[in-house]
Design a protein around this ligand. Sequence first.
Ligand SMILES: [Zn+2]
Length: 255
Amino acid sequence: MREIEDFTDDRLKTWCINCGHAIADIVSNRDHVPTKSLLTKALRDRGADYDGGSGEELDYLPQVIICRNCNSSFSPDENYLLCVLHAVMAGSLYPDPTKNPEAAAILRSNRQVVRSLKRGPDGQLLLFDDLQPFTLFPDAEKVRRVIVKNARGHAYHEIGEPLLEAPDHVAFMPLERLSPEQRDAFEAAGTPAELAVWPEVGSRMTVQLLDEEAMVGGWITVEADRYRYSIDWSNGVTVKTVIWEYLATETRWER
Ligand SMILES: [Zn+2]
């Protein structure tokens, strides 16, 4: 198996970035950031080829090491978010398998999630309440857990920063709900690299910043129309993601 490119300082590999347990004491797994199921099957397959040692450089998918407990505890939430996205994109909890084969297959094999999404609100944030053509009632806490997990993974992988504490701020909303001003602020690339404080020496981001065009907080596309993210560490750490060009997220740790 080919070794995954990893510039992160060895000291930082000591703890699971999600729960803070010492990795040496527990069973650990490699975990993909972002959540692999959010990418197309074609890209997942190419990533698997790469992991197996037969792929091309471009097929590399970022990974971090987390404990097995955390890894398996995130799976139901990741699956849940996937169902929500498929339902929203297909415009139905029962999509036509000929038009939306992937969505239809995922939702058909997750009947429990489908049932829960139809249930009325019980005080949770209504994310998709007035979007046509139908109403969904997603559990914001489940979605939030996946967003924070990916944000931690991105920060760790890119700038070598283990953010063990709970974030100070987590927000997510369909991109189309942002006002033009909010959208501009959200999409803004941030600070030119030469003006910014650089991250941990030797982290993956310091290598990218050697490129003069690089911006702190610039967008990195994992897969077009599926997943992009940006990290700004100039004042606290802010991780933004856009999932399926639909859901905009922002997770922030103050210093
Ligand atoms: Zn853990």
